[in-house]
Design a protein around this ligand. Structure first.
Ligand SMILES: Nc1ncnc2c1ncn2[C@@H]1O[C@H](COP(=O)(O)OP(=O)(O)OP(=O)(O)O)[C@@H](O)[C@H]1O
Length: 310
């Protein structure tokens, strides 16, 4: 196990930011920590890295107890913090060289690593730029290069795509997949559920300092009762016909949303075919028909009664 967190409790005065939080990360995986703003993701990372004291719990990294003085362990870790943390008075290349130099002493090796990091984040044309001349997206890429240049075995990325343009976002996501392919274990915090779905082998959904559920994308989605939603719009439909629709096999519930009806199905196949048969039998005319498989937001909604997004 690369990271083991047991019963972690962290209080900021009377606020309980982490409430008996547990987490296990295996070598080679991309683990997603997903949850709304303020649920405790950054606090969890900072405790794991011994950057913050905590009130209770146990943290082990690479099998060893993590302490503020665990320099051998820290050498193998890369952190890309949520706030861009680079030196404004150093250029792109000087910044990356500075952070890489904290871990890599040999000059030639460091030069090679810095060059590879620049290539990796696509900042080759900006090496002599100072951070203030970079766009938000490019600054975030520099932040990433500073965190990963020393080729760490374990990388923490704390919301690295907040407020970046689409191009930089794709660049960053592809880069994370590449880092993982090259062998790094990755812990990725985000409140963008599409990113977690795309990147993460396993996901922990957090809320109010607790881990609500964990599993693969498919496992999380199979935990909730709705397996499929079909949104359908009719030009005209009687209330009685809507009631009869509830008798279609596997229909759990029907909600009206403006002009449309959202039909929720529990686990089952052929839902769309069964609905089409009902439409035909009742000679209904529809204006819209869309099948939606559940998202991680549906999982969060069913577990907490609120939306994952802000
Ligand atoms: N230094 C601090 N002092 C007091 N409260 C804090 C401090 N840092 C965080 N908190 C509070 O602890 C809770 C958890 O915050 P944390 O930053 O860990 O959440 P998060 O999930 O990372 O959210 P975000 O995505 O907004 O960063 C929040 O209620 C936050 O306001």
């Amino acid at each position: 196990m690369v990271v083991e967190v047991k019963n972690l409790v962290k209080r900021y005065k009377e606020l309980i930011a982490l409430d008996h939080f547990n987490m296990e990360v295996e070598e080679g995986e991309i683990l997603g920590l997903l949850g709304p703003n303020g649920c405790g993701k950054t606090t969890a990372i900072n405790c794991i890295l011994s950057l913050l004291n905590y009130d209770k719990g146990e943290i082990r990294v690479f099998g060893e107890k993590m302490t503020p003085n665990s320099y051998d362990i820290k050498r193998e870790i890369g952190l890309v913090p949520q706030e861009v943390s680079v030196f404004e008075n150093l250029t792109v290349i000087e910044n990356i060289d500075y952070f890489c130099g904290l871990y890599i002493d040999y000059k030639n090796k460091r030069k090679q690593y810095v060059e590879e990091a620049i290539e990796f984040v696509g900042l080759k044309d900006y090496t002599k730029f100072y951070p203030k001349k970079l766009s938000g997206g490019l600054k975030r890429r520099l932040n990433i290069a500073c965190g990963i240049a020393h080729k760490p075995r374990l990388i923490f990325l704390d919301e690295p795509t907040v407020a970046v343009d689409v191009q930089s976002r794709n660049f960053i996501l592809n880069g994370i997949e590449k880092l993982n392919d090259e062998g790094s274990t990755i812990i990725y915090t985000t409140h963008y559920l599409e990113e977690a779905e795309r990147l993460c082998k396993r996901i922990i959904i957090m809320d109010k300092g607790r881990g609500l559920v964990s599993g693969t994308n498919e496992e999380l989605k199979s935990m909730i009762s709705t397996s499929e939603k079909i949104v359908v719009g009719f030009t005209e439909i009687e209330d009685e016909t809507v009631q009869n629709m509830k008798n279609i096999l596997h229909v759990m519930d029907i909600e009206k949303a403006g002009e449309d009806y959202i039909i929720k199905f529990e686990n089952g196949f052929n839902n769309l075919v069964n609905l089409m048969n009902f439409i035909e039998e009742n000679q209904l005319v529809y204006t819209k028909l869309q099948s939606q498989l559940p998202t991680l937001n549906d999982v969060f909604l069913e577990l907490t009664g609120k939306e994952l997004r802000d």
